[in-house]
Design a binder for this molecule. Structure first.
Ligand code: OMP
Length: 231
């Protein structure tokens, strides 16, 4: 197995013992872990530190979206926690994203990867008009991703459906982190713009965020291993 595992397991749990029981079975050489709003709101920086201490690389997914000064301070706090990746909403704008990128510069090669969220994978194109966005989903994602790149971010969160377009437009180095991943035959839940793990990697996804197909399974390790075999 590679030292650069592509699967980021979304630890969306409300129970400390349950999450730790799963983590005990996981191997940092086979996956990275994502701590999102539910886990962080319940258990705070302590759980992030506990997972870092177990040698996992952590994506702190708090999707910061605030004034530039506040977001710069928030990503600095994330860097101090020792996380591997952190995200902000690209729709917070260029000033906000640049402030975040600037704040991480002093950390050099220890800085977390800074990623901009484009259009949530739970959204369909028709919802954009409710937000007064008259672009197509592809155009909207491309414009937010372009702004993120110009603002000094390392990559974006998008759906794998936009991966071919974004790699072509923004280059191979610009990272694509794709949730909305569903192995064939699994429940979509609230996800809309979905692809299978193999399709996503073929399209150009660098990292696959996968939660419920693994965490809600009776055999999470077998599911993760099976996914890793296909990518
Ligand atoms: O930033 C994210 O990670 C994210 C962005 C997005 O557009 N869609 C999305 O689903 N996510 C996160 O990715 C995870 C997907 O989980 P599952 O749908 O259970 O696989 C959740 O923790 C979401 O918070």
């Amino acid at each position: 197995m590679s030292n650069d595992p592509k699967v980021l397991v979304a630890l969306d749990f409300d129970n400390y013992d349950q999450v730790m029981a799963l983590v005990e079975q996981l191997d940092p050489s086979k996956c990275r872990l994502k701590v999102g709003k539910e886990l962080f709101t319940l258990f705070g920086p302590q759980i992030v530190k506990a997972l870092v201490a177990k040698d996992f690389q952590i994506f702190l997914d708090l999707k910061f979206h605030d004034i530039p000064n506040t977001v710069a301070k928030a990503v600095t706090a994330a860097a101090e926690l020792g996380v591997w990746m952190v995200n902000v909403h690209a729709s917070g704008g260029a000033k906000m994203m640049s402030a975040a990128a600037e704040a991480l510069k002093p950390y050099g090669d220890k800085a977390p990867l800074l990623i901009g969220v484009t259009m949530l994978t739970s959204m369909v194109e028709e919802e954009l008009s409710q937000l007064n966005v008259s672009k197509s989903a592809n155009e909207h994602v491309l414009s937010l991703a372009t702004l993120a790149k110009e603002s000094g971010l390392d990559g974006v969160v998008c759906s794998a459906k936009e991966a071919v377009m974004l790699k072509q437009a923004l280059g191979h180095e610009f990272l694509l982190v794709t949730p909305g991943i569903r192995p064939a035959g699994t429940d979509r839940g609230d996800q809309q713009r979905v692809m299978t793990p193999a399709e996503a990697v073929t399209a150009g996804s660098d990292y696959l965020v996968i939660g419920r197909p693994i965490t809600q399974s009776e055999q999470p390790i077998a599911v993760l291993d099976a996914i890793n075999q296909t990518i």
